[in-house]
Design a protein around this ligand. Structure first.
Ligand SMILES: O=P(O)(O)OC[C@H]1O[C@H](O)[C@H](O)[C@@H](O)[C@@H]1O
Length: 568
């Protein structure tokens, strides 16, 4: 019997299989079976994420229990104090999120570990906040963030409110892998054990909202702006609306997308990276003559921005909104003379260079990390301890940013408040946020950042993605679209190749990323997504003007597609 068959038979025949899964298992065809069982679901960029359904490669009660039992063993290995400090647990609006959260709490309770579970859905950043606010040993967030409705996921946090970085995740994974039978784990608790579970809500909310309101740099700014806001059926709804109300901003919610809905019924996609997320908000904006549009992903760690500019709405990329936020924050810090000593800003190796230039112009150093806000969270905690550098901002191209590090993950409620403040501030000066971006281009060069993400699902897709990277390694491009590659970085082999010489690339955990710097100041990077079945190509292209940058982008995109055999 093949491994797939063996695993499948074990699940179908197991007395502990949760009844909801039996019919689905029985109805699987060969391909579905293979996909559900060919591997064991793994931890990626942001924890464990996958399709909902039965199988070892799926998110379901049994794989979640296996992960939680592994986490419980890891907590117990840290002693009684860790079990007493307990784990904060949050969840979003997705199918099974609440069930997974309370099921995990019960399993922790059976293991003698306390937990603090939110009474209803909450943002990922609030969970990160709650970990430290409640003095917990760690946290669990049940969410698949921006993925489609068929997905769910499991993010783990350490006691600093930061998602587990690879070195810590590896310790948990060892514990998880040591569990042989995920179906044997049961979560029935005695009344005595159940006392270890505490339901939390308003008190933590109020502390979090107070902190969010505290980030304002110009609370007295004239709040003469209209904001259309969509939580995309997710967790941002209440927090963002409360924060706006308390701060005095006029926010027009996209009513159809405010109710928590696991099917995301009234939005084509809840992902601010995709145009569909803005469709309804754009209609609201036009009807209400709004100044800005803000949309958050379901777990409220990402924010997408639309801006009315010359009578039209322009949707910004994460690189653009990040650069604008950065410019606003740094310029205000300077103006108010509150820039800390040794200021540092964080972004990632696939974030546009524009941010680094903006930071430099304000005397702020940039440190780059791999993709995954956990790496930024880790640095925040490190520098807070050493006092060596002072955090001023962190963001990624994937629409996530963090203004103040009382949260150690991306925080959309904070970003929504600061973006509104920036819009109001510049409006008083006769500018919109696209004008601010254009000023940055004029000062630092015109950039066009884009991403081509190829969806390659299942085992075959995963292999294809590996092959694309392997082929690029085997036959490294010397030029792309006729422009010489002047430097190549391989984050897996840890090498830099420049002027025919290869040196060591240090400072990063090994990761399957390739980055090519071109003679015209542009760069292109390739990596597999760690949250979705996608191969991502990133383009950061510099041009003489917008048209030039755009034409070059199209040419580079075509050249990369040809080079990797991925042209349609
Ligand atoms: O490119 P991926 O591996 O899919 O990751 C894209 C993004 O996913 C999540 O939102 C993470 O929290 C981010 O830190 C990351 O940038």
């Amino acid at each position: 019997m093949s491994v797939v068959e063996e695993r499948y038979e074990k699940w179908v025949g197991h007395p502990n299989l949760d009844p909801q899964y039996l019919d689905v298992l029985k109805a699987m065809d060969a391909e579905e079976k293979n996909d559900a069982f060919y591997t064991l679901i793994e931890f990626g960029t942001a924890g464990m994420r996958g399709l909902l359904g039965p199988g070892t490669n799926r998110i379901n009660l049994h794989t979640i229990r296996k992960a939680t039992q592994g986490f419980a063993n890891y907590i117990k290995a840290h002693g009684e104090a860790a079990c007493e400090a307990g784990i904060a647990i949050g969840y979003d609006n997705r199918h099974m999120s609440r069930e997974f959260a309370f099921d995990s709490a019960k399993l922790l309770a059976k293991n003698g570990i306390k937990s603090y579970v939110f009474e209803s859905l909450r943002p990922t950043p609030e969970l990160s906040f709650a970990v430290r606010e409640l003095g917990c040993f760690g946290g669990i967030m049940i969410t698949a963030s921006h993925n489609p409705k068929e997905y769910n996921g499991y993010k783990l946090y350490d006691e600093k409110g930061c998602q587990l970085v690879p070195a810590l995740a590896a310790q948990v994974i060892d514990q998880v892998n040591a569990i042989e039978d995920e179906l044997a784990i049961d979560t029935n608790v005695t009344p005595e054990e159940e006392k270890r579970i505490t339901v939390i809500g308003k008190k933590v909310d109020d502390s979090y909202y107070a902190k969010v309101l505290g980030i304002q740099l110009n609370p007295e700014v004239k709040k003469d702006i209209k904001i259309v806001f969509s939580p995309e059926h997710g967790t941002a709804n209440i927090p963002v609306q409360v924060v706006y109300r308390r701060a005095g901003y006029h926010c027009i919610p996209v009513e159809e997308q405010c109710s928590p809905d696991p099917d995301f019924s009234n939005t084509p996609t809840p992902n601010p990276e995709q145009p569909g997320a803005y469709e309804l908000a754009l209609k609201y904006a036009a009807d209400n003559d709004a100044d800005i549009i803000l949309v958050c992903d379901p777990d409220a760690d990402r924010m997408g921005v639309g801006v009315k500019h010359d009578g039209e709405y322009v949707v910004m990329t994460g690189n653009q909104s990040g650069a604008v936020l950065l410019e606003y924050i740094l310029s205000q810090m300077e103006e108010k003379d509150i820039m800390p000593s040794n200021p540092v800003m964080f972004n990632t190796v696939v974030t546009s260079d524009l941010g680094e230039k903006v930071a430099k112009a304000h005397g702020v150093e940039t440190e780059k990390t791999l993709t995954g806000f956990k790496f930024i969270g880790e640095k925040v905690a490190k520098y807070e301890k050493t006092g060596e550098k002072n955090y001023v901002f962190g963001y990624e191209e994937s629409y996530g940013s963090l203004i103040k590090p009382f949260v150690r993950d991306k925080d959309a409620p904070q970003a929504c408040l600061m973006l509104a403040e920036a819009a109001a501030y510049y409006k008083e000066k006769g500018k919109d946020l696209v004008d601010v971006l254009n000023d940055l281009y004029a000062q630092h060069g015109t950039y066009e950042e884009s991403q081509v993400a190829l969806t390659l699902s299942g085992e075959a897709g995963a292999n294809r993605i590996k092959q694309i990277l392997a082929d690029l390694r085997k036959d490294a491009p010397k030029e792309i679209n006729g422009t010489p590659v002047v430097r190549a970085e391989d984050y897996n082999e840890c090498t830099i190749t420049e002027n025919g010489e290869t040196t060591e690339l240090t400072g990063f955990t090994k990761s399957d990323v390739l980055k090519y710097y071109l003679a015209d100041g542009s760069w292109i990077a390739v990596r597999p997504s760690g949250t979705e079945p996608k191969c991502k190509f990133y383009f950061c292209i510099v041009g003489k003007d917008k048209e030039d940058a755009h034409n070059k982008t199209l040419a580079y995109q075509k050249a990369m597609a040809e080079l990797t055999g991925t042209a349609e």
